[in-house]
Design a protein around this ligand. Structure first.
Ligand code: PTJ
Length: 267
C-alpha cells in the first residue's frame, strides 16, 4: 500500500478523507516553505467546509461553469492566470500545464504581498517546470484601482493582469475581483464558497475545489484543441451570454438537494 508523506505525517491511501488530508498537508508544507501565507490556512479551512457539503465532488453546475470558462480562456486575446500562495502550494504542476495549453502567463499575484514570497513562489513554480518567460509578478509595475484595495494589494504586472482581457483568478479576494471587473476584464474564479463576494462579482465562478477545477479545465481545453469540435463557435457565443448569478443559484440548489437527502430518515 502506497502512502503519501508531504510534511510531517504519513497519510495512508486507504483513509476515507485521503485527498482532503493530503491537501491540508500541502498547505502546511507551503507555509513552512514560505510560499503560502498563514492566512491561507484559514482560507483553506473555509474551502474545506464547503467541499464537505458537496461530498468533495464536482457539481453539475460547476462543470457547466468550467466549460464556459474553457471557451472564454481559449478565445481570449490575452489570458493570464493569477497564482497566489494557496494555488502555488496545491496545484503548481497543473497551473503550469494549463498555462502552456492556453499560452497564458502565470502571474504571481498576492493578497498579502511580500517581495520574498513572490520570489519564493516564482522559484517554486520554476522548480516544477515553469519557464522564466511564463512567470510574471516580480515586476509588479502597475496598479489596479478600486475601493478597499490599498497600495500593496493593488499591485499587478503591466504586461500581465493589467493588460489582460481574461483573467483566471482562483481563490481571489472580493475587492480585487470587483476592481478587475470594473476595469472591463472577464474574470474567471474558482471558489468553493458560492456566497463569497468574489463568486458574485466574477464573470464566471467555478464553485469547485481548485485541484478538481484545474484538472477539469485542462482536460476540456485539451479536448477542444484536439478535436476542434463541431458547434464550438455556438458554444463560445453561448458563453458570452452566460448568466453567472443563475449558475450560482443552481449550485446552491444542488447543495441544498444533497443536504435534504442526507437529512432524510432513510439515508
Ligand atoms: O497568497 P495570498 O497572500 O494571495 O493569499 C491567498 C488567500 C487565499 C489567503 C487570500 O486571497 C484570502 O484571504 O482569500 P479569502 O478572501 O479568504 O478567499 C479565499 C476563498 O477561497 C474562500 O471563499 C474559500 O472558500 C475558497 N477556497 C479555499 N480553499 C479552496 C477554495 N476554493 C477552491 N478550492 C480550494 N482548495
Amino acid at each position: 500500500m502506497q502512502n503519501n508523506n508531504i510534511s510531517t505525517i504519513t497519510i495512508p491511501k486507504t483513509h476515507p478523507r485521503y485527498r482532503s488530508l493530503l491537501k491540508r498537508e500541502k498547505i502546511v508544507a507551503g507555509i513552512r516553505a514560505g510560499i503560502t501565507s498563514e492566512r491561507g490556512l484559514i482560507a483553506h479551512g473555509r474551502g474545506e467546509a464547503f467541499d464537505y457539503l458537496i461530498d468533495e465532488q464536482t457539481l453539475p453546475a460547476a462543470m457547466i461553469a468550467t466549460e464556459v470558462a474553457s471557451a472564454l480562456l481559449l478565445t481570449a486575446d490575452k489570458p493570464v492566470i493569477s497564482v497566489n500562495g494557496n494555488v502555488a502550494a496545491l496545484v503548481p504542476e497543473e497551473v503550469i500545464a494549463l498555462s502552456e495549453l492556453l499560452n497564458a502567463p502565470l502571474e504571481v499575484n498576492l493578497f498579502y504581498w511580500s517581495e520574498t514570497r513572490v520570489m519564493k513562489i516564482r522559484e517554486h513554480l520554476e522548480r516544477h517546470g515553469a519557464t522564466i518567460t511564463n512567470v510574471l509578478g516580480d515586476k509588479a509595475d502597475a496598479r489596479i484601482r478600486g475601493l478597499g484595495i490599498e497600495h500593496a494589494r493593488a499591485r499587478v504586472a503591466n504586461d500581465g493582469i493589467y493588460t489582460a482581457d481574461v483573467v483566471l483568478a482562483p481563490l481571489e479576494d472580493g475587492d480585487r475581483c470587483e476592481a478587475l471587473i470594473a476595469m472591463g476584464k472577464t474574470v474567471i474564479t474558482i471558489d468553493l464558497n458560492p456566497f463569497s463576494r468574489t463568486s458574485k462579482y466574477a464573470t464566471v465562478s467555478i464553485v469547485d475545489d481548485i485541484e478538481r477545477a484545474i484538472k477539469n479545465l485542462i482536460s476540456i481545453v485539451e479536448d477542444k484543441k484536439k478535436k476542434k469540435k463541431d458547434g464550438w463557435m455556438e458554444e463560445v457565443a453561448k458563453s458570452k451570454n452566460y448568466d453567472n448569478a443563475e449558475n450560482l443559484k443552481e449550485v446552491i440548489r444542488e447543495i441544498v438537494a444533497r443536504l435534504v437527502i442526507r437529512s432524510s430518515p432513510l439515508s
